[in-house]
Design a protein around this ligand. Structure first.
Ligand code: NZQ
Ligand code: ZN
Length: 387
């Protein structure tokens, strides 16, 4: 078990109607708020009016239109400009992971004189960042409880994960009722994203009984509760459990003391989203079973056996390779059962840029050092197997 030094400074306020506490939470940060949100879902669900009413004594500046797979230009640049122009005290992100990730990059950029892209690419380390409060409205990324954000730059086909301890939200509000309106597609994509966050940590060099227990339970909870949310979008308990499953998924708490993961599926999926702007969780669901099949060998089979027996209840007395292949089939079938399209062609991706994307991933994601190393040829083969 490896040493670790772990802290999550984010206060979680969870449950129905907790947003009533917003004024008292925002007060200590100051009067001037940059309110960030997406394409309008928060207006449709009444959350925008609620927030504006609760914060009527504050000075609010609004950055709207933040798109899924949030863009450096225009969103991050516009937000940084507004924060500097109005001497903003705090950012309030209301929406999904894209809004919150964009807000994290804005928070750092607002306190930096240079090009925010230097911070996002981690060429320059942020010295400070504006405080961030969020009301998360989509259970998926876990951005509400981690210090990362993923920002896309269309002119260079980059989609980069930006991590910095300064970017932990100060306070995250999680009210499951605000996820009742999340579409079936986004509910399924959110489940796939969160499952993948856990699998990226689970398939590693060495883990512990405790961590494996956490992760196996979280994977089972996600599959059971996502199914319930799809059957009944207003099932409060299912939405609440799924929300917390997602919040814990990306926080890192599941792999304290573990070693040897490198998040290969995320490295590959970010290229798919950067080049084709597809939904992140959908991209992950498509490539993960193909990645599994590709890396299955005598060295990795043990982790697949544990996964198959403890998550899918496969008979432990079977041949290890048979268990592993059955577990991979079960993973594929689960994603298919929540109506995720399981081929890249189903989401508009063909053979034409596979080698270019594989090179981009090989050059930028360092997957040759992964627990199951991947060369550029491996990555291209996994993309091709996913077509
Ligand atoms: O734009 P609006 O109108 O708000 O609509 C959004 C958007 O169209 C809609 N939506 C959000 N909440 C809703 C709702 N619709 C109805 N009811 C609600 N309550 O859903 C659509 C997708 O929203 P988005 O924020 O893009 O989804 P998600 O939360 O899955 O975020 C995806 C982004 O997060 C990044 C992904 O790469 C992607 O860019 N990730 C962030 C991570 C992190 N910070 O740790 C880790 C993840 O691995 C992931 O990479
Ligand atoms: Zn993800």
């Amino acid at each position: 078990m490896q040493n670790f030094d772990y802290q999550t400074p984010t206060r979680l306020i969870f449950g129905k109607d907790v947003v009533e506490k917003l004024p008292e939470v925002m007060k200590p940060f100051g009067k001037k708020i940059l309110l960030t949100y997406g394409g309008g879902s928060i207006k449709k669900i009444g959350l925008y009016d609620k927030v504006k009413d609760l914060l009527k004594d504050f000075e609010i500046y609004e950055l709207s239109g933040i798109q899924p797979n949030p863009k450096y230009d225009p969103s991050v640049l516009d937000g940084v400009k507004m924060c500097k122009e109005h001497d903003v005290d705090v950012i309030l992100s209301v929406g999904g992971g894209s809004v919150l990730d964009c807000s994290k990059a804005i928070a750092a950029g607002a306190k930096y004189d240079g090009d925010p892209w230097d911070l996002i690419t981690e060429k320059v380390k942020a010295q400070s960042a504006l405080p961030i409060v969020d009301i998360i409205t989509l259970a998926a990324t876990g951005s509400e409880y981690d210090c990362g954000g993923v920002i896309s730059r269309t002119d260079t086909n980059d989609k980069i994960g930006y991590m910095d301890p300064l970017l932990f939200p100060a306070v995250s509000f999680l009210d499951p009722t605000y996820t009742f309106t999340v579409s079936k597609k986004q509910t399924a994509a959110g489940c796939a994203d969160a499952m993948n966050h856990i699998m990226e940590q689970y398939f590693c060099e060495d883990s512990t009984l405790l961590n494996d227990g956490f992760m196996e339970a979280a994977l089972k909870s996600l599959m059971v509760n996502a199914r319930k949310c799809l059957d009944n979008p207003e099932d409060y308990n299912a939405r609440a459990e799924m929300m917390l499953d997602c919040t814990y998924g990306c926080n890192g708490i599941y792999s304290l003391g573990n070693s040897g993961s490198s998040w290969p599926c995320h490295g590959m999926e970010h290229a798919l989203s950067a080049y084709y702007d597809i939904t992140h969780g959908i991209g992950l669901a498509i490539i993960t079973p193909r990645w599994m099949r590709h890396i299955l060998n005598e060295k990795t089979v043990g982790r697949f056996v544990k996964y198959g027996v403890n998550v899918f209840g496969i008979d432990a007395n079977k041949d290890p390779m048979a268990i592993a292949n059955e577990a991979i089939d079960a993973t594929y079938k689960f994603f298919e059962s929540i109506d995720i399209p399981m081929h890249l062609r189903d989401v508009g991706i063909d053979e034409s840029r596979i080698d270019e994307m594989a090179k981009h991933v090989a050059d930028n994601e360092g997957l040759e050092e992964a627990w199951a190393p991947l060369t550029q040829e491996d990555i291209a083969a996994i993309f091709r197997a996913s077509l």
